[in-house]
Design a protein around this ligand. Structure first.
Ligand code: FAD
Length: 310
């Protein structure tokens, strides 16, 4: 049912299937779609006792099979972009693939890798998303964030964002990304387009597209290990392995496809099984990239505690 509160649209008992690339059938008690970040901030103030969850494109989340009681705020309509020469300011909900194409139009280099990542800016900064030697943090000048615990908007310089491999300060503090400023580099559009095409071809040959529901790389590449997460999984003979309504993708073992009606319990079991086999064979403890959203069952809690190395 669509409702409106102070003109901010929301749905009750909302199916999230089309809001996560894994196509998990989960339900949110309340799903808000604000038009601008002022509205998003007002939702945090309104739900002080039941802090909302911010959702971008849902390409790195696993939704719980238990109804999600915390309000979910979808950022997809908060997507203004302003260019000024090679500088730009971008709002949180813009799709990273749109951003990549806009930079190409302006003959600006730095976002070529984003053409293959089905994310929003907010999710990409939260994860410090990257590919082919580029990361979203490379060209950031500063970020505007909302500190919902102290009800303050802060301007953080790049050095204050604590970026590292798949990490930013958004994972450490009660901060929500509102917008970010970038400085890109002038480059002829043919060269930018060539890099974008190279990125797309690389992905087409190795990674599943979204017609095979997935959430990108399942595990981070382990530090101090010669082999990537995908190679370790492959060496455990798990290529194409099917179980729990899921499947290890046959072209790249670090992707798990939802091959049926997988729910969070199925997906967790699959991730845990892979983690356990790699640990047993190589004594390497892989760490999942995906973010679990909602309440876990008892069994899931036990597995995620181990998966998060807690
Ligand atoms: C086919 C495919 C290919 C992929 N390739 C890559 C790749 O090459 N490199 C890579 O790094 N990742 C890749 N990914 C993973 C994923 O796209 C990235 O992690 C991406 O950054 C997630 O963005 P999102 O908008 O979908 O975030 P979501 O999945 O919506 O959210 C992820 C996390 O970010 C938080 N978040 C979202 N917006 C905000 C905000 N405004 N403020 C604070 N927190 C926020 C959410 O609460 C959640 O915890 C891929 C995924 C798929 C499906």
């Amino acid at each position: 049912m669509i409702c409106s509160q102070n003109d901010i649209k929301f749905y009750e008992d909302f199916y999230l299937t089309n809001y996560n690339t894994l196509k998990i059938k989960a339900i949110a008690k309340r799903f808000y779609i604000p038009d601008n970040y002022g509205e998003m901030i007002s939702l945090f103030k309104k739900h002080k006792d039941n802090t909302p969850i911010v959702l971008g494109n849902g390409s790195n989340v696993l939704f719980s099979s238990i109804k999600i009681e915390r309000p979910i705020i979808y950022t997809g309509l908060i997507d203004n972009v302003n260019f000024s020469g090679s500088n730009l300011e971008v709002e949180t909900g813009i799709k990273t693939q749109t951003l990549s194409k806009l930079a190409l139009e302006k003959e600006l280099s730095g976002f070529e890798f984003l053409i293959g990542i089905p994310a929003t800016l907010g999710g990409a900064i939260y994860m410090n998303a990257g590919a082919k030697g580029q990361t979203i943090s490379d060209n950031i000048v500063s970020c505007k964030v909302y500190d919902w615990e102290n009800n303050k908007v802060l301007n953080l310089q790049k050095e204050e964002m604590n970026f590292s491999y798949r990490h930013s300060i958004l994972k450490e503090k009660p901060y929500i990304l509102l917008s970010a400023k970038f400085k890109l580099n002038k480059m002829p559009s043919e060269d930018i387009k060539a890099k974008m095409d190279e990125n797309l071809i690389f992905r087409k040959n190795r990674q599943p597209n979204l017609s095979l529901p997935n959430a990108g790389s399942v595990f981070k590449n382990p530090e101090n290990c010669e082999l990537s997460a995908g190679a370790l999984i492959d060496k455990c003979d798990l290529r194409g392995y099917k179980a729990n309504n899921c499947e290890v993708y046959s072209n790249h073992c670090n992707f798990i496809i939802n091959s049926g009606n997988a729910n969070s319990i199925d997906y967790t079991n699959m991730v845990f099984e892979i983690y356990s086999k790699v640990k047993e064979k190589f004594n390497v403890e892989l760490t999942p990239e995906i973010e679990y959203i909602g309440e876990m069952t008892k069994g899931e809690k036990e597995k995620w505690k181990i998966l998060r190395h807690q």
